[in-house]
Design a protein around this ligand. Structure first.
Ligand SMILES: C[S@@+](CC[C@H](N)C(=O)[O-])C[C@H]1O[C@@H](n2cnc3c(N)ncnc32)[C@H](O)[C@@H]1O
Length: 175
């Protein structure tokens, strides 16, 4: 990763404060320490670019924080996931984390009611060379999941699902 200058670091610090509200950790200072010493040094340069672009968006608090992005990456690698579903893409931070963690022939069915959000991050995803792994579909996730469930041939084909939208309703589809 390229070394940060002072201004870059200042920008990152202001980003931490907003992201810390979503963290499981109760202490902003501890969260910031973890980001600086463990998360940011391991963050892929395309994820950094996407995160910094998203921080300027009025709905930036919707974005997956970078520590969770790394957890996703770890889980995907641990189970050797190949075929995944993501529900709730926004600008694509978790989607890009997943795409980077998957093998070259890995696939993500990515669902979001807004293509507009997805297209904000798409140029960065394309530059990272992983757009071919993504099948983005615009619209509510539930009908797509129902369709997948109806088709018996889909049984056992998905090995990882990240639900980051409408969790109450969609959790009923967890089986
Ligand atoms: C918390 S954000 C997702 C954050 C994203 N995972 C990231 O890494 O930045 C929730 C997203 O879910 C989308 N959404 C809300 N309800 C939905 C639904 N029923 N089906 C699909 N997407 C939905 C919203 O448009 C929004 O982009």
């Amino acid at each position: 990763m390229a070394a940060n200058n002072g201004e870059d670091q200042q920008n990152q610090l202001s980003g931490h404060k907003e992201l810390a509200h979503k963290s499981l950790l109760q202490s902003d200072a501890l969260y910031q320490y973890i980001l600086e010493t463990s998360v940011f040094p391991r963050e892929h340069e395309s994820l950094k670019e996407l995160r910094e672009m998203t921080e300027k968006h009025p709905w930036n608090l919707m974005a997956t924080p970078p520590d969770e992005g790394q957890l996703l990456r770890m889980l995907i690698k641990l189970i050797n996931a190949k075929n995944t579903i993501e529900i709730g893409v926004f600008t694509g931070y978790s989607l890009l984390s997943t795409a980077l963690a998957l093998p070259e022939d890995g696939k993500i069915l990515a669902l979001d009611v807004s293509r507009e959000y997805y297209e904000l991050g798409l140029p960065i995803i394309e530059k990272a060379g992983v757009a071919h792994k993504i099948d983005f579909r615009e619209g509510p996730a539930l009908p797509v999941l129902d369709e997948l469930l109806e088709d018996e041939s889909n049984k056992g084909t998905f090995d990882f699902v990240f639900v980051d939208a409408d969790k109450d309703e969609l959790s009923q589809k967890g089986d």
